[in-house]
Design a protein around this ligand. Sequence first.
Ligand code: ZN
Ligand code: ZN
Length: 107
Amino acid sequence: MMEKPIYEKRICPECKKERSMWNDDKECFECRDKKRIAKLGKEVVEEGESYNEDEIICPWCGADYGTDDMQESTDCNCYECDKKFHVDIEYSASYSTSKLQAMQEIK
Ligand SMILES: [Zn+2]
Ligand SMILES: [Zn+2]
């Protein structure tokens, strides 16, 4: 029989902070996210660019730049390595439809 998952406050073994986590989690969400971004950063540095990511990642050093107040494509200076990079904001397309008045039949 499977053990029932319990969501509870525990000390995260990674950051040693009390976090709400599942009883079979080895780390809290924050640690997992940090690892995910660290991994993503490594890939971005290897590629020299990032494409369609949720985070703005510096292509020079892999730092997570955050997305605060970024409304349009712009050039940035990385706060970590002080090198310049360009950010293009990609918006994913979504579609809306509505009925147009049916054309009148030509008699
Ligand atoms: Zn943690
Ligand atoms: Zn950087």
